[in-house]
Design a protein around this ligand. Structure first.
Ligand SMILES: Cc1ncc(COP(=O)(O)O)c(C=O)c1O
Length: 421
């Protein structure tokens, strides 16, 4: 048995202490009813098998109790987002009061920018890293516009060097330092959506603070993927969706982090709504807004109860496994896929960092003939994700992907490089 053959993949699965978790998910199936090789969890995570019952329990409560569902039962809707706090805080390395579950990701980026982007004097610029997920850029540009600023002047985009795919951390630090007199906010990606590159959140947050600016993080591809320590890193604010590695379902409600030093400060501005009011006085219907303690003060509206249910089901699994055990498997699994691609598909260029510490559960692979490769993967029931013009993203997710999944994907890529179109 060699390191490249199928038997080795099966042997690795047999030795994997987390292999049983695959059965806790419903994976898309092929025509013959067997699970597809689902490597698209960085786009939409697989469905926890308990998600349906969790949603049905809320539908039943609605049918049985109507409006009384808000208060009159063991897990009343009024506490539905509260119930996620501890689990979410564990995943991102926050104090429980520093996280809230609300809205969707881009909306939460806007809420953070509304609070933290308060241009004054010469400090009017926002710095972002590239490749930037378009929504983040649109959000930042519109926030600049809201303040009458011009993105041509006040948006600083730090890009990989010519001919390079990855950002050099020293270039980011250099740009932060260079613009220290005019920088108001940096909005950076914890894990880059296109390349899978992990940025050092503590180091860059410190650099942003040294420049006298605020550090915000988009953790869409980081939450549930890599261990995080937002509180200790001193991050000002962060936001992430729950439909990727957190497996909460398409368009599921998102989460947000605000460091306690800001939430405790009564002068911190937040776009307000009644759900962000202190729960103790919310239903007095008073004219004056009294922010809830912690990140809850950023909530605005009544939470979508049906959307919250699958997250509860999913985070229960994360609580059981723990992010450190997941990360340990993730490093092995992604490394295994990398080794297979290097050996079997030497023409495919892996743009994701080679250093396991600088990436999560994702390999972005640049392929020469993307349409042909994608067609071959589809025929073989391997689900991946494609980003124009030529990047295939493969995410071996440690909760539900196997070493054999990685082997099948690499084999198809190897075959598609050889055969006719
Ligand atoms: C890095 C990143 N930022 C922002 C978004 C936008 O998220 P939403 O549509 O939930 O606002 C995504 C979506 O995939 C993303 O990957």
């Amino acid at each position: 048995m060699t390191a490249l053959d199928e038997g080795q993949a099966h042997a690795l699965d047999e030795a994997d202490p987390l292999s049983g978790y695959r059965d806790r998910f419903l994976l898309p199936t092929a025509d013959d009813g067997t699970p597809k090789v689902y490597l698209a969890g960085q786009s939409l995570g697989a469905q926890p098998a308990t998600a349906r019952a969790a949603v049905e329990a809320e539908l039943d409560a609605w049918a049985r109790l109507g409006v009384d569902g808000w208060f009159a039962r063991e897990r009343a809707w009024i506490e539905a987002d509260d119930a996620l706090r501890e689990s979410a805080a564990r995943l991102v390395g926050a104090r429980p009061a520093e996280v809230a579950t609300l809205n969707t990701l881009t909306v939460n980026l806007h809420l953070l920018l509304a609070t933290f982007f308060r241009p004054s004097g010469g400090r009017t610029a926002i710095l972002i890293d590239a490749p930037t997920f378009p929504s983040d850029r649109y959000a930042v540009e519109s926030q600049l516009g809201l303040h009458g600023l011009d993105p041509e002047r006040d948006l600083i985009v730090v890009r990989p060097r010519e001919g390079e795919a990855l950002l050099r951390p020293e270039d980011l630090e250099g740009a932060i330092h260079e613009h220290r007199d005019r920088l108001a906010v940096a909005l950076l990606a914890g894990v880059n959506y296109a390349t899978g590159q992990v940025l050092d959140i503590a180091r860059l947050t410190a650099a942003v603070h040294d420049a006298g600016a605020v550090a915000l993080w988009d953790l869409a591809h980081a939450a549930g993927n890599v261990p995080l320590a937002l509180h200790d890193a001193g991050v000002d604010g962060a936001a992430w969706c729950t439909y990727k590695y957190l497996n909460a379902g398409p368009g599921a409600i998102a989460q947000l982090f605000v460091h306690e030093r800001h939430a405790a400060d009564a002068s911190t501005m937040r776009l307000s709504g009644w759900w962000g009011n202190d729960p103790a006085t919310r239903f007095r219907m008073a004219e004056t807004f009294e922010p809830a303690a912690g990140a809850d003060g950023w909530r605005i509206s009544t939470p979508p109860i049906l959307s919250l249910a699958p997250i509860r089901a999913s985070l229960a699994i994360f609580d059981e496994v723990g992010i450190d055990a997941l990360r340990a498997k993730s490093v092995r699994l992604t490394g295994y896929l990398e080794g297979l691609l290097d050996a079997l598909v030497p023409d495919a260029e892996i743009v994701t960092p080679r250093d396991p510490a600088a990436r999560g559960a994702q390999l972005s692979v640049r392929v020469a003939e993307a349409p042909r490769t994608l067609a071959a993967l589809e025929r073989a029931d391997v689900v991946v994700d494609f980003r124009e013009p030529d990047i295939i993203r493969l995410a071996p997710v440690p909760l539900y992907n196997t070493f054999h999944d990685a082997w099948r994907a690499a084999s198809v890529l190897a075959e598609s490089g050889r055969g006719p179109a």
